[in-house]
Design a binder for this molecule. Structure first.
Ligand SMILES: NC(=O)c1ccc[n+]([C@@H]2O[C@H](COP(=O)([O-])OP(=O)(O)OC[C@H]3O[C@@H](n4cnc5c(N)ncnc54)[C@H](OP(=O)(O)O)[C@@H]3O)[C@@H](O)[C@H]2O)c1
Length: 182
């Protein structure tokens, strides 16, 4: 079955964007590492589909660059209806049912881009097969959290860690299927 993978970066205090949605702090000049993409290009070879919450899609559209995932099938979740575009298809159906069906279809793995609301939905349903989380040594104090406060308590298993010279730390985690601090 196609895996659902959350590949994402967060500040040290667990935020994926400032409250206004900006994430320039991810690309602070102090973090520049020549030729390093934190496994992104290899990861992109393994997926053919992306999933985004509507806020994340709008944040991507607001970036000063062309839409970056034109060679993928892109789904945007919203509770209201919108016209599909050349780049994305909007989904109004229940996200859990929709993704379970998607996983039954043939294809490569599926990238859950985010953001926090969508992450939490799939996390609470125990559906995220792998989390590839890059921690950035930057404290924001406030912002949009990686998981919303409605996230259920769960222990995760770390399957791999990688340290980068700029202080980034990448964890690969899986949902261990247990609750509580055990
Ligand atoms: N650091 C990183 O690597 C990274 C990665 C991804 C995203 N981000 C940032 O994360 C921020 C957005 O995160 P977020 O948590 O605010 O929002 P989000 O999860 O991206 O999107 C929330 C929206 O998704 C739709 N939605 C949520 N639950 C739904 C459901 N059950 N059924 C159907 N649609 C549903 C709703 O859209 P409607 O309002 O249209 O109904 C909701 O407003 C952005 O600023 C983005 O830049 C950062």
């Amino acid at each position: 079955m196609r895996k659902l993978i959350l590949y994402i970066a967060a500040s040290l205090d667990g935020y994926i964007a400032r409250t206004d949605g900006s994430f320039d702090w991810l690309e602070h000049e102090a973090f520049a590492l020549e030729g390093e993409d934190y496994g992104y290009s290899d990861f992109m070879q393994t997926i053919d589909t992306t999933l985004m919450g509507h806020s994340t899609y709008k944040a991507i559209l607001g970036m000063d660059m062309p839409f970056p995932y034109t060679d993928k099938t892109n789904y945007v979740f919203s509770r209201s209806s919108h016209e599909d575009t050349e780049q994305v298809q909007y989904v109004n159906d229940d996200p859990i049912t929709f993704v379970k069906q998607l996983q039954q279809q043939p294809g490569k793995d599926i990238w859950l881009i985010g953001g926090g609301q969508l992450n939490t939905l799939f996390f609470n349903a125990g559906m995220i097969d792998e989390i590839i989380l890059t921690y950035v040594p930057f404290v924001l104090g406030k912002g949009i959290p990686l998981f919303a406060p409605i996230a259920t308590e769960q222990r995760l298993q770390v399957t791999e860690t990688q340290n980068y010279k700029n202080g980034f730390v990448q964890l690969r985690l899986s949902q261990a299927g247990t609750t509580g601090g055990a």
